[in-house]
Design a binder for this molecule. Structure first.
Ligand SMILES: [Zn+2]
Length: 614
């Protein structure tokens, strides 16, 4: 067996090759990297002679739990001193036997393979015997959470009344699976993830001692990839050193790991933050073809976004960024250009995607979906500005003037101050700002409210708002609108307005080219989309001008019956089927056939209030 002291290791090419992780296993409390809090507490307990009967070491894999357990066992049984010592000699028979796992008094049990109750019963019987050589009989139970319930119960009996000469050291990666009855009888130590900086330093030491050469960037990559596990980092280093002839480079590491190089991740982030899904998807497809592992890439993007978050919160002087130093500058620049809310929303998408990737073969699709969604994330800066601006006086919600004919987004846009229009908002479409001089030179600008797309359900609301808007903006021209008798939708985004035959002049005024343009502009403001308007004569004998908004005249039932009789649809029905009018519903208004049953009074009032505040 090769001696484990780092200074006396065998060369890497010796016939009896021992893996790095084993040769560099810590042998003293002072060598427990990243677990100084545990080492310090155990040293104090040993110095003061207050060593507990049972310890529970918890923490992720490869962080030093078993190593700490063995060091503690050596410390308790070292033969060089006449009592337990915080610095075992590593030379006496006891210390050397513990190191190799062959000691008669230090029994290592693997919970995963010895989970049957019989084995724990054997343990209970053996506990009664005194140690053969050392001061204590020490049981190290690794992966203790794997024990069955009955095995736990058997173990509990021993833990309740352990003989003076027995010590238990339990180790687990899943402390939540340990029964509370066991937990309460152990002194618990939580082992931390080892920081990438500490792992890097240790890897550098190992490479030097092994007589190899490696770029710092390469070792940093290995250190980050190990995700807090010292043992994993050393196993990886072993693999890399074995497969490379010359000095180890970052390129070699990324090739072996199937990860993307620093530049590639920066490139992907750039495309995403520029809302450019095409470039982002092209790059991913290209890299996957060259052997990039999707699982690795999502990890790297998550870390990158985490770094963006850290810089967004803590400024450029964040202590330890989870990414390569080559990426620091890009991250600092990008963090300035994107809001923290956007970064957080992106992290949500990325971490959820990573979780979904477990157990599905469609990892590439998931990554691509995530990237497209990241590209489509609106800049949430406008949201936080909204919150800020709402508390300021003079805030006004305006219609989004979409020009492509599709309904505008429900999200209202905001004009805190004409001078403070955010870049993000600019991207989303033109803003209608308050205080713009009207076409007629009037200083009283028309009031603008959220857009209402034209539909059968909204035609009355649209008409009322259109009427109000047009009257405010084009007071003289709009006088003519007052004589209209009815209005209706005659096609998609097409409004027909009728005038009684006695007001044919008013219809004529409205039909002029300039007038039509103004009315269409007003309708676009109100509905958020282009709407065509047509003026017609209402030949029904009862046609009367509408007095204004919300006052559509409702004729008496007998009159309505008469006017219904003149509708072409009814005439045809009468002709073909001999139809008669028996009853006219109160809500039915032949003047506006498409009118909704009842206007939404509440909405109207709310908007009125909002309008008046301006
Ligand atoms: Zn010793």
């Amino acid at each position: 067996m090769v001696k484990s002291k780092p200074t006396e290791h065998a060369p890497a090419d010796a016939p009896a090759y021992t893996v790095v992780a084993r040769r560099y296993r810590p042998q003293q409390f002072s060598e427990l990297i990243g677990q100084e809090h545990v080492a310090g507490a155990l040293v104090n307990a040993l110095k003061s002679g207050r060593v507990a009967h049972a310890y529970l070491f918890t923490g992720a894999r490869g962080v030093g739990k078993t190593s700490a357990a063995r060091i503690l066992a050596k410390a308790l049984n070292c033969l060089k001193t006449d009592k337990a010592t915080p610095t075992p000699c590593d030379e006496c028979d006891s210390c050397r036997a513990v190191m190799t796992g062959d000691d008669v008094d230090v029994l290592e049990i693997d919970g995963a393979s010895n989970n049957k109750v019989e084995e724990v019963r054997d343990l209970r019987q053996n506990v009664g015997f005194r140690p053969a050589r050392g001061r204590y009989k020490i049981y190290i139970i690794d992966e203790v959470h794997m024990l069955s319930t009955s095995a736990f119960n058997a173990l509990l009996k021993t833990l309740e009344e352990p003989p003076e000469h027995v010590k238990f050291i339990l180790a687990t990666t899943e402390v939540q699976k340990i029964p509370i009855t066991i937990l309460s009888r152990c002194q618990r130590f939580d082992f931390a993830h080892v920081g990438p900086g500490k792992i890097f330093e240790q890897l550098k030491r190992i490479v030097e001692r092994e007589g190899h050469q490696a770029d710092d960037d390469a070792l940093r990559l290995v250190a980050r990839r190990a995700a807090g596990s010292m043992r994993d980092s050393q196993s990886l280093l072993d693999q890399l050193l074995a497969s490379s002839s010359g000095p180890l480079t970052a390129e070699q590491v990324t090739a072996v790991l199937g990860t993307a190089g620093d530049d590639r991740v920066i490139e992907l982030a750039k495309a995403i933050l520029a809302n450019d899904p095409k470039t982002a998807l092209d790059r991913i497809a290209e890299w996957v073809e060259r052997g990039l592992q999707i699982g690795e890439l999502i990890d790297q993007v998550v870390e990158y976004w985490r770094a963006l978050m850290l810089v967004s919160c803590g400024g450029p002087d964040v202590r330890e960024l989870p990414v390569s130093p080559n990426q620091h500058e890009a991250i600092r620049t990008q963090a300035k250009a994107v809001s923290l809310d956007t970064v957080l929303a992106g992290l949500e998408i990325l971490t959820a995607t990573k979780a979904r990737m477990r157990g599905t073969p469609h990892v590439q699709v998931l990554l691509e979906m995530a990237v497209v969604r990241l590209c489509r994330l609106p800049d949430l800066r406008s949201l936080s500005q909204l919150v800020q601006a709402v508390s300021q006086p003079g805030v006004q919600f305006v219609a989004s003037a979409a020009s492509n004919g599709t309904p505008p987004p429900a999200r209202p846009q905001l004009t805190p101050n004409a001078a403070q229009v955010s870049e993000a908002a600019k991207k989303n479409g033109p803003l209608v700002t308050a205080g713009r001089a009207s076409e007629n030179g009037s200083t009283n600008a028309p009031t603008e409210v959220a857009a209402t797309p034209l539909s059968e359900a909204t035609v009355q609301t649209v008409w009322d708002r259109f009427f109000r808007y047009a009257t405010e903006k084009y007071p003289i021209l709009s006088q003519h609108l007052r004589y209209a008798s009815s209005y209706a939708i005659f096609g998609p985004n097409a409004l027909a307005v009728r005038f009684p035959t006695s007001y044919a002049n008013a219809k004529k005024e409205c039909e002029g080219e300039a007038s039509l343009a103004r009315f269409q502009d007003a309708l676009k403001r109100v509905t958020g989309q282009p709407v065509s308007i047509r003026f017609e004569l209402d030949r029904s004998p009862n046609a009367q001008p509408l007095a204004g908004p919300q006052s559509v005249s409702v004729a008496a039932p007998t009159e309505r019956k008469r006017s219904l009789g003149s509708l072409p649809m009814f005439k045809k029905a009468h002709e073909v089927f001999g139809a008669q009018i028996w009853h006219v519903d109160d809500d039915f208004n032949p003047a506006a056939v498409h009118k909704p049953a009842a206007p939404k009074i509440d909405d109207e009032e709310e908007e009125e209030t909002a309008t008046e505040e301006v």
